[in-house]
Design a protein around this ligand. Structure first.
Ligand SMILES: O=C(O)CCC(=O)C(=O)O
Ligand SMILES: [Fe+2]
Length: 262
């Protein structure tokens, strides 16, 4: 791909501002040095959760400042004010501007750190899809997401094991704010499996639940097997929120889940 094509792609994907004259030099440097990203801050680090295909974590997705500004955007919506009861807010279709920006940042974080770091071959993910935080057919769909859920959880509150509803397409993003937590993943039961197979499987693998630490400001991407063949849950009852043997200090947690309707 020629540099001009990359430039056009960036402009289409992330808007005009990143390509203005003043930023021209920075953009050139950025294209020369894929490890620097000027639009979004430093280069995010992606971690592939090796046991679960299609599960990726970006722990440094949002800086503390970006987390605060996102929280204040959520507060301004008034979803969780004194009068508004409940701990969950949903939006379908047109998302608020801050959620559109968040979607753009997700696209950018995947694109810059993965596709551009392989800048000599931008199609690499199509060859090795499993090594990509978000495969290109999901990354470039429009809009990337059209449904938003914001959840707030008090210490002790979590979410039961589930697979997200089939009314949502593949490719789900979860952003964590205010408190770290451990999300556990467990395989969906294979309804067609032979009687006793589950026992055998679990005996072979007693730690069938895979823990993933979601730190404040982190982004999780779930697609393919991670989205369809694994359940996810957050159990914040005493004793379940341990990481490397240490109990996690639990505070109120806010999460943003972004999905696309079928
Ligand atoms: O709050 C979270 O981190 C997860 C939320 C979730 O799994 C969902 O809304 O389906
Ligand atoms: Fe979920």
């Amino acid at each position: 791909m020629e540099e001009d094509d990359v430039r056009k792609l960036l402009k289409d994907a992330f808007g005009e501002s990143s390509d203005s004259d003043g930023d021209e030099k920075a953009r050139e440097n950025e294209l020369e040095d894929p490890n620097s990203r000027s639009i979004f801050g430093g280069t995010p680090n992606w971690e592939k959760i090796s046991q679960i295909n299609g599960l990726w974590l970006c722990r440094d997705f949002l800086s503390p400042d970006q987390q605060s500004s996102l929280l204040s955007s959520i507060h301004k919506e008034g979803w969780f004010s004194e009068e508004a009861s409940g701990n969950q807010a949903m939006r379908f279709g047109d998302l608020p501007q801050w959620a559109i920006e968040l979607s753009n940042s997700i696209r950018e974080a995947v694109f810059f750190s993965h596709y551009l770091s392989e800048s000599t071959n931008l199609t690499i993910c199509d060859n090795g899809k499993a090594d990509c935080p978000f495969p290109s057919e999901l990354l470039w769909r429009e809009p990337l997401f059209d449904q938003l859920i914001t959840n707030t959880y008090q210490p002790g509150e979590g979410i039961c094991a589930h697979v997200d509803l089939m009314r949502f397409q593949d490719g789900i993003a979860i952003i964590s704010l205010e408190s770290s937590c451990v999300m556990h993943f467990s395989r969906v039961e294979d309804e067609l499996s032979e009687p006793g197979e589950k026992d055998r499987r679990e005996n072979n693998n007693p730690s069938a639940k895979i823990p993933v630490l979601l730190t404040e400001g982190s982004l999780v991407l779930m697609w393919g097997e991670a989205r369809y063949l694994w359940k996810h849950e957050i159990n914040r009852k005493p004793g379940f929120q341990k990481w490397k043997g240490q109990e996690i200090d639990q505070r109120k947690r806010t999460s943003i889940t972004l999905r696309k309707l079928c």
